[in-house]
Write a protein that binds this ligand. Structure first.
Ligand SMILES: CC(C)(COP(=O)(O)OP(=O)(O)OC[C@H]1O[C@@H](n2cnc3c(N)ncnc32)[C@H](O)[C@@H]1OP(=O)(O)O)[C@@H](O)C(=O)NCCC(=O)NCCS
Length: 163
């Protein structure tokens, strides 16, 4: 097996990124192609992909804001995104099912956090469901409680990491 490469997203990666998204989240939670294209075009520096065996197998994408309330649905379309915002908010961390449990998401997250620090960000934030709270706390995040977001009809924890 080749080694994993983590790199910034490129416009041609859109189809592969959408495939990962669609195979990783239930339909009401998965980002549409238009949302992913927006993130790739408007904030590629906040979007990393993992390459292995000559294919894109994982992704992490984000937006930045000065706000601490990240429950706004429009923000996922990068409405209100400010590249100078001190909070960088992860929208999607996902890995193709057949490539899971071999540390790819952890490597994406680790590189993303280091990159965010290099960009001068103050906090990394994200929303996750109950089952992944432990995953993120083991990787340095703090559970700041339940968000006002009801994205996809679910209940979400606000996870934060001060940089
Ligand atoms: C969560 C996800 C990104 C992990 O990817 P991965 O490359 O397998 O992750 P790693 O190999 O780095 O680590 C595996 C870890 O994931 C945990 N994990 C994966 N899915 C999980 C789930 N549904 N519930 C709880 N833990 C889960 C494993 O327990 C393991 O944790 P540990 O190492 O702390 O014990 C991947 O399972 C995925 O794409 N899931 C669907 C999309 C999703 O839910 N993304 C998170 C959105 S907030």
């Amino acid at each position: 097996m080749d080694s994993i490469t983590i790199r910034m997203v490129e416009p041609d990666d859109l189809t592969a990124c959408h495939t990962i998204e669609a195979r990783s989240f239930p339909a009401p939670e998965a980002a549409w192609t238009t949302s992913l294209r927006n993130r790739i075009e408007l904030y590629p520096e906040g979007y990393l992909v993992a390459e292995l065996d000559n294919r894109i197998v994982g992704q992490i994408n984000s937006g930045s804001t000065h706000k601490d309330d990240i429950s706004d649905e429009d923000f996922k379309q990068l409405i209100g995104h400010d590249p100078d915002g001190g909070n960088i908010v992860i929208f999607s961390l996902s890995v193709l099912p057949e490539y899971r449990s071999r540390g790819i998401a952890s490597k994406l997250l680790n590189d993303f956090v280091n990159h965010a620090r290099d960009m001068g960000k103050s906090n990394v934030m994200l929303l996750c469901k109950d089952d992944l709270v432990g995953y993120y706390t083991r990787r340095g995040f703090h559970d700041a409680g339940i968000s006002a977001s009801r994205h996809g009809g679910a209940s979400w924890h606000v996870m934060t990491m001060a940089l």
